[in-house]
Write a protein of this length. Structure first.
Length: 191
């Protein structure tokens, strides 16, 4: 009887103890992660470009998202513009003057949870030799076991607006919009 009472007391104390969620490490799935950017071209059109196939990690705590972090990097020259002439112009000294190994990096510095599946992710964006703080308006699309991979997976969308001139790539503004709309959609797999 004494053993049963002791066991019952131990179980009750464990049930009452706080649960400490742990942060899980996720690696971006380069085949399902894209950054799409757009800007106004002389009022005639909206022009789009994309970065894809990039690398990064997310330390994700689903129970306490504010304890999570993000770190992403990719080569400037991995930009896709849909037209070789535009790509070459962007890589010229008019804009990036990008070398083959020049990277764009984003490292989160804080996360403010704003809703059940939303947060503002503040971080340092380094681009074209300049680092500035930016805020991503992020949404957790889904987290759970991937039906084909059989392991934990997470998907996020995020948006932000950047000023080209903040990163010394503001040529032809204001005729070509200084503001660039950025849309991000990523998937990541637990390590």
């Amino acid at each position: 009887m004494k053993n049963i009472l002791t066991t019952a007391a131990l179980v009750a104390s464990l049930a009452a103890a706080p649960v400490f969620a742990s942060t899980k490490n996720y690696t971006l799935d380069p085949s399902h992660s894209q950054i799409v950017f757009s800007y106004d071209h002389l009022g005639y059109s909206t022009t789009y470009g994309m970065f894809s196939g990039f690398e990064g990690t997310i330390n994700f705590d689903q129970q306490n998202p504010a304890a999570s972090s993000v770190n992403v990097s990719f080569p400037v020259r991995s930009m896709l513009t849909g037209w070789e002439g535009r790509f070459e112009h962007f890589m010229s000294d008019d804009f990036f003057g990008a070398t083959a190994d020049e990277l764009v990096t984003f490292t989160s510095t804080g996360i403010e949870v704003t809703g059940e599946n939303t947060a503002l992710i503040t971080g340092d964006l380094s681009l074209n030799g300049t680092t500035k703080s930016v805020v991503l308006d992020a949404t957790l699309n889904q987290a759970g076991e991937h039906p084909m991979e059989g392991k934990q997976w997470a998907g996020f969308n995020a948006t932000t607006t950047l000023l080209r001139s903040d990163y010394n790539v503001g040529a032809f503004a204001p005729f070509v919009s200084d503001e660039v709309e950025v849309m991000i959609s990523i998937e990541a797999m637990e390590n």
